[in-house]
Structures are given as structure tokens and as C-alpha cells.
Design a protein around this ligand. Sequence first.
Ligand SMILES: Cc1cc2nc3c(=O)[nH]c(=O)nc-3n(C[C@H](O)[C@H](O)[C@H](O)COP(=O)(O)O)c2cc1C
Length: 197
Amino acid sequence: MNFEKTDALKVLAIAGSPRRNGNTDLLLARAIEGATSEKIEVVKIVLTEMCIAPCRHCDGCLPTGRCVVEDDQQNVHQLLRAANRIILASPIFFMGLTAQTKAMIDRCQALWVLKYVLKLPVPYDSKIKRKGLFLSVGGTGFTKLFEPALETVKVFFRVLECEMEPPVVFRRIDEKGDILKHPTALQEAFEAGRRLV
Ligand SMILES: Cc1cc2nc3c(=O)[nH]c(=O)nc-3n(C[C@H](O)[C@H](O)[C@H](O)COP(=O)(O)O)c2cc1C
């Protein structure tokens, strides 16, 4: 999987829920709609359908900034480095990101090495300002529901040199499709997607 158009703004949409067509998938779809135009190329990846092992902390990436584990994360690294906009969608599981999302983020340790150890650029094209958007939901109304996940996402976007947009997150969204009953959520996701481009 790769971006194909050379002159388009490249948007990478990452679906991090294991539940297909669930609440964050629906938010992601709307954000993509908001971002879509002729000058945009969107690549969407669904983490639960990919083979991404957890980071082993083998330090194999230390000399080169390249992860030595040969699975789908190699492709994800290419996409993350090529993208000019990254939309990450994950629900809250046990106060954090889903295991699929966290595994993908942890495997970005190789990109962390590139940036902070080897002092090499992470984005392929650093001329275009990069932006990152986080979409999330959780089943409860807990006040601090998104705080732990947001700390992780902030570091993820920092390593990728993406300026983080205001997160679009919703509490008390639990059953599949609950987000459709929310009065403004889908429109908010659409607008956030539109602001990205
Ligand atoms: C394993 C698991 C852990 C969860 N942990 C939390 C949690 O800590 N806080 C919360 O508010 N909701 C929690 N939820 C509820 C989900 O965030 C909620 O169902 C959400 O709508 C799922 O989004 P999705 O449809 O995009 O997968 C959990 C659900 C699962 C399956």
C-alpha cells in the first residue's frame, strides 16, 4: 500500500478499533469525507487487519532507524513518513488506546531513533507542514477519560513532526452505532477533516 499521486496532499487515515464499522470507524469515515477533494489522496489502513507485532525492545533499530521486525509495520512506517496529514482513530480501552493502536505506535520507536538518536528527518517531505488529528470515543462519562491516551498520541505526533489539531472525542458512546445518535459528532468529525486540508 502506498501513496501514488505525486502532487496531492497525502492523508493517512488509521483505523485503530478492532470493531469494524464501529463508532470510531464512523467518525474516521466522516473526517475523510471532510478532507476529500481533488487535490487530496487518502490512504486508509485498518490496524486490526494488519500483522503488526508488539515492539520487542531488541534495539535492532538503534544503528539505522529501521525496525528489524519484518511485518506490516514496515509499510506503516513508509506511509507515516510520506503522509502530510495523519488521522488516528481509536476508542478508549482500559483508559488507553486499543492494543492494535498501541502496538503500531510502539513500533514507531524506530522513527524515534531516526529523529532523536540519528538526527535524521522522519518526514520524506519536510517542506509541507504536517498535521495530526485524533478521533476517539469511550463508553463512560469519566472526566479524565481521554487524558492518558492523549499523552501517548501527543508523543506519537511529535515524533512524526505533526502539529496536533484539537482532538475530536466523545464520552458515553458505547454500543456499536451509538455515535450516529450523537447530535453533533459526525458533523464535528467532518469539519475537523475539512480543517486538515
Ligand atoms: C476491552 C475494552 C475496554 C474498554 N475500556 C473502556 C474504558 O476504559 N473506558 C470507557 O469509557 N470505555 C471503555 N470501553 C468501551 C469502548 O470505548 C466503547 O465501546 C467504544 O464505543 C468502542 O468504540 P468502537 O465502536 O470504535 O470500537 C472498553 C471496551 C472494550 C471492548
